[in-house]
Design a protein around this ligand. Structure first.
Ligand SMILES: [Zn+2]
Length: 420
């Protein structure tokens, strides 16, 4: 952080020195501004310039082609979509979608939600004008929660994440070997997810949906799945963090929330919302008066700052994963017995010398088709050195203990934090 600021100050100082009192440089500066305009676009939400090599119409073409290919494949496989699949759920999706889309930064574009025949809990966008929602998600969520998901997905496109990702991938293939490490891309995506959450919660509140609904989703995911901190490089923020962060966001936008209706000042509240600006908007600066150099600089620095954030996030994730792995070596299973057909109890002893909080023990089992089943159990409060504790695991996917006992399985530490 310190080093970045110094570098930024140094770069700005050098450029100001070059520009001062020089007539011909004014023309060069004007030229620089035009170059900056042609290779960047002003971020539609934050006023920050972000690098992008694709313009919006090319992005729509590319994004929509991917969804249309998917729809063609669905048809070929004999699967229905939209109202033909489930007219009640599709109408519900359209109704929620329309309200969120109306308050979004892309309300002038014609968008369409698509409902596809999948049981899973999923929705996605590809940077075009479709949002694809799985039937399973509609069945599991109430209206406010669906609105939270729709807001998040539209936000990815509003914040130009499809374009940024492409450019970042191009940059990271050219960049240092550190940047090419697997964790970097996950960490970068992680930062984009947080940005989409910020914008999505704002949209939900402006459209008259409960801004705390997103928090409800992540809390439930945390209870059911834990955080899996030791297992993956996280391209999405872990569930507990996402619950806490979306709650803090909802606290900030709840004043805009008028239950069941679009806030009459939605457009102004959206466009003049300083809460959503990553950096000060530099557009007021005039071309020919240093604005050109600033435009180039803010592009370079914007990408540089994003890169630093992603790098920090990658380091943070790998440190946590190592910590949780170390905790694992201090957890000893002392006892395990059947409780019901679908649950079992375990007794553990922790022999580390650092008190822990937020301990979640996990259990992984692989069935004969190769599918992994993951179950977690939360230990409330603090676990002290030498402490024994008892946890009950429940299967939440309908499997019985008998089925699970026939599988290859192991315990792992899903999450733990040092308790102060
Ligand atoms: Zn996302």
């Amino acid at each position: 952080m310190k080093i970045n600021q110094h570098l930024a100050q140094l770069l700005i100082a050098v450029c100001v020195a070059l520009l001062s009192g020089c007539q011909t440089l004014q023309n060069i500066d004007k030229g620089l501004y035009d170059v900056a305009e042609s290779i960047t676009e002003t971020d539609r939400v934050t006023g920050q310039r972000t690098l992008s090599t694709a313009d919006r119409s090319a992005q729509i073409r590319q994004g929509n082609a991917a969804v249309e290919q998917l729809l063609a494949d669905e048809k070929k496989a004999g699967r229905r979509i939209n109202a033909a699949l489930d007219s009640r759920q599709y109408q519900r999706l359209v109704r929620i979608f329309d309200r969120i889309h109306q308050v979004s930064h892309l309300s002038q574009e014609r968008w369409q939600p698509i409902l596809i025949d999948r049981d899973s809990f999923n929705a996605f966008t590809t940077g075009g004008t479709y949002i694809v929602v799985h039937r399973g998600l509609m069945q599991q969520l109430n209206d406010d929660e669906v609105a939270a998901v729709v807001g998040h997905e539209i936000a990815h496109t509003v914040a130009n994440h499809a374009g940024e990702r492409q450019t970042t991938q191009q940059i990271s293939t050219l960049a240092s070997s550190a940047a090419r490490k697997q964790g970097y891309q996950a960490a970068y995506t992680h930062e984009l997810e947080r940005e989409a959450d910020r914008i999505g919660v704002l949209y939900a509140a402006l459209a008259g949906f409960d801004p705390y609904a997103a928090t409800g989703i992540w809390q439930r995911q945390y209870q059911q799945q834990g955080n899996a901190r030791s297992l993956f490089a996280h391209d999405h923020p872990v569930n507990a963090e996402r619950a806490a962060e979306t709650r803090a966001l909802a606290d900030r936008v709840k004043q805009y929330y008028q239950p069941g209706r679009i806030n009459p000042n939605a457009a102004q509240l959206r466009d003049n919302n300083s809460l959503w600006q990553k950096h000060q908007n530099r557009d007021q600066e005039l071309a020919g008066e240093g604005g050109g150099v600033t435009a180039i600089l803010s592009t370079a620095l914007g990408a540089y700052v994003d890169h630093q954030q992603a790098k920090r996030e990658a380091v943070r994730q790998s440190q946590y994963a190592q910590f949780v792995k170390a905790v694992e070596s201090y957890m000893k299973l002392e006892q395990q017995r059947r409780a019901t057909d679908k649950s079992w109890t375990t007794r553990w002893r922790y022999s580390g010398n650092l008190p822990l909080k937020g301990v979640i023990m996990g259990f992984l089992a692989q069935d004969s088709t190769g599918k992994i089943h993951r179950y977690v159990a939360h230990q409330p409060g603090i676990v002290r050195p030498g402490q024994r504790f008892t946890l009950t695991f429940k299967t939440n996917d309908g499997l019985t203990l008998k089925q699970i006992e026939a599988m290859k399985a192991r315990y792992y530490v899903d999450d733990a934090m040092p308790a102060r």
